[in-house]
Design a binder for this molecule. Structure first.
Ligand SMILES: CC(C)(COP(=O)(O)OP(=O)(O)OC[C@H]1O[C@@H](n2cnc3c(N)ncnc32)[C@H](O)[C@@H]1OP(=O)(O)O)[C@@H](O)C(=O)NCCC(=O)NCCS
Length: 152
């Protein structure tokens, strides 16, 4: 398996948004992706397997704080360690550039695979946002999780 992680190009945004829609219940629209590309604090990384984009992560960097804004792995590649690989590698690259202190993220309270992934990576829950996500006609709390990267 030939794996490669790199920053996304503008012409790949429709493909990333399409992948996001397929895997995420709280997916982003094209406008959000386009805004990310022009925001110098935001970075979109893709994970390629044999030159096909099979995963992505959107990151915001604010001095030494990093926020994971969006993440997805194509269903046929899930449960093969790829999200772990993508996040570990991206955080390591960012750490070389910014010396990361803390990493934050929000996740829907019932997204058990993602919560398990983050806990395995060392994230802990620090807070909850009540009814933060609206999916269809249902409201779900968001868990706010943090990784003390500098101490990990
Ligand atoms: C969450 C997601 C990114 C995980 O990607 P992945 O490549 O399958 O994750 P990994 O293979 O690296 O798994 C790492 C750990 O996560 C947990 N995990 C992953 N998938 C899981 C599942 N279906 N059920 C329970 N735990 C799961 C496990 O702890 C796993 O470690 P293990 O294999 O040693 O048990 C992927 O399921 C996905 O894209 N989901 C839809 C989008 C999404 O929820 N994004 C996150 C929004 S906050």
């Amino acid at each position: 398996m030939n794996k490669n992680i790199r920053l996304a190009c503008a012409n790949e945004l429709p493909q990333i948004a399409f992948l996001d829609r397929r895997v995420n219940k709280t997916s982003w629209g094209m406008i959000q992706y386009e805004e990310c590309l022009v925001n110098k604090n935001h970075k979109i990384y893709v994970l390629e397997i044999n030159h096909d984009i099979c995963g992505f992560v959107v990151i915001a960097v604010n001095f030494d704080e990093v926020e994971i804004l969006q993440l997805g792995i194509d269903a046929k590649y899930q449960n093969q360690g790829l999200a772990t690989f993508l996040l570990t590698e991206v955080l390591s690259r960012l750490d070389k550039q910014y010396i990361i202190g803390k990493v934050f993220l929000e996740v829907t309270i019932n997204n058990f695979p993602a919560i398990a992934l983050y806990k395995k990576m060392g994230f802990t829950q620090i807070s909850t946002r009540k009814d933060y996500y609206i999916i269809g006609s249902d409201k779900f709390d968001a868990l706010i999780m943090m990784l003390d990267y500098a101490k990990s």
